[in-house]
Design a protein around this ligand. Structure first.
Ligand code: DHK
Length: 151
């Protein structure tokens, strides 16, 4: 099992720190990436951190993750609420999935309350700002290491 984690980000997250700061906060996606990488490296893992506004690009990255990573951390942003295709791609990887949302999706519009990804996610973190990414990475590492002990 490669000691590598893929963090995937969906549409508009490239503008974290600029967009609707009252909801998403002032921290940027670059800061989230640095925090995730630091958390992974500390435990001997490598980490790739990607963002796209394109659903098809996200699906391609997820499909390609199959043999390269041991877990996927994902904030699919608006696609969380709409994309069965991203759910299917995550499912076919057979990798453990750890879902993140920067904002509390349950305290917002009703259409944000449902995420297709949550049905297969090992954990869902929301409302913790960019710290949620770090919690998800730390939880992913914990799950990977404990699965190794069981085998
Ligand atoms: C980010 C988005 O862009 C929204 O479409 C989601 C999510 C929530 C977040 O909180 O990270 O509804």
């Amino acid at each position: 099992m490669p000691r590598a984690i893929l963090v995937v980000n969906g549409p508009n997250l490239n503008l974290l720190g600029i967009r609707e700061v009252g909801i998403y906060g002032c921290d940027t996606l670059e800061t989230a990436e640095k925090l995730c990488r630091d958390a992974a490296v500390k435990d001997g893992f490598t980490l790739d951190f990607k963002q796209s506004n394109s659903e098809s690009e996200l699906i391609e990255w997820i499909q390609e993750a199959r043999d390269k990573y041991s877990a996927i951390v994902i904030n699919a942003a608006a696609f969380s609420h709409t994309s069965i295709a991203i759910l299917d791609a995550l499912t076919l990887t057979k990798l453990p999935v750890f879902e993140v949302h920067v904002s509390n999706i349950f305290a917002r519009e009703e259409f944000r309350n449902y995420s297709y990804i949550s049905s297969i996610a090992k954990s869902v973190v929301c409302g913790c700002g960019i710290d949620g990414y770090v919690y998800a990475v730390q939880n992913a590492i914990k799950c990977i290491l404990s699965a190794e002990k069981v085998v």
